[in-house]
Design a protein around this ligand. Structure first.
Ligand SMILES: [Cu+2]
Length: 232
């Protein structure tokens, strides 16, 4: 009995530690995309922890209780048990499926690429080439390389493409990742919700300069963005 309690306490402790180790709970979100993805991750974690504790608890309990049994007997058919675990699994899958669908089907996470920019959204063509990123601001006649300046709290439509071969646009802190393919534009839609500078990486090995294919996303207030546009 004491061993069982110790085992359960240990498992609970590991679960609580896992929660604290999750950076999501310690800080806010920087974009709508990041919020959707990370909060789904947290929801799934909260589901996974009790299931893990239950399964491991039963396992440890059984091992301890029957460790001196030299003549184990196979379990005979148990219809009630089979129905229980079938229904329980189905319920878990339904909840996971429902939660995931809500996130996966959201424009901020995935879209078919033909999304039209709405209202005062900012639309930028992001072009990857060996080994730099170029940003063409739609309707503004502005083009920059290296640092992409965007306004805070505004929908962004990033049309990702490449002028030579495959790269990938990746800003981990904002939850953004998209292939940059020659001859096609893949759309990322997001809204950044906190000002700051975020590191941009190329996430598809593209040659000797791949590790240097970096950039920055600088998120500023609406006014600063307008000023910056005028200066260009
Ligand atoms: Cu690259």
């Amino acid at each position: 009995m004491k061993a069982k309690r110790t085992a359960l306490t240990t498992l609970l402790g590991v679960g609580v530690l896992a929660l604290f180790a999750d950076p999501v709970l310690a800080q806010g979100y920087d974009s709508t995309t990041e919020e959707l993805i990370r909060s789904l991750n947290t929801q799934l974690l909260f589901m996974a922890i009790p299931i893990t504790v239950l399964v491991e608890g039963i396992l440890i309990y059984t091992v301890l209780k029957y460790r001196n049994n030299d003549d184990p007997q196979p379990t005979k058919e148990n219809r009630r048990l089979e129905i229980s675990w079938t229904i329980a699994t189905a319920l878990v899958l339904l909840v996971v499926g429902y939660a995931s669908y809500g996130v996966m089907a959201n424009d901020y996470v995935s879209n078919t690429g033909d999304l039209e920019a709405q209202g005062d959204a900012v639309e930028i063509e992001v072009v990857g080439e060996k080994y730099l990123w170029t940003y063409n601001y739609e309707g503004e006649n502005v083009s920059t390389t290296g640092t992409m300046v965007v306004p805070n709290n505004t929908d962004l439509y990033l049309r990702i493409t490449s002028s030579d071969w495959i790269h990938a646009f990746h800003v981990p802190e904002l939850g953004l990742k998209q292939d940059a393919m020659p001859g096609t534009h893949n759309t990322l839609k997001t809204k950044v919700t906190s000002e700051g500078t975020y590191q941009l990486y190329c996430a598809e090995y593209c040659g000797v300069g791949h590790s240097q294919m970096l950039g920055e996303v600088e998120v500023v207030s609406q006014e600063e963005y307008e000023e910056w546009l005028d200066e260009q």
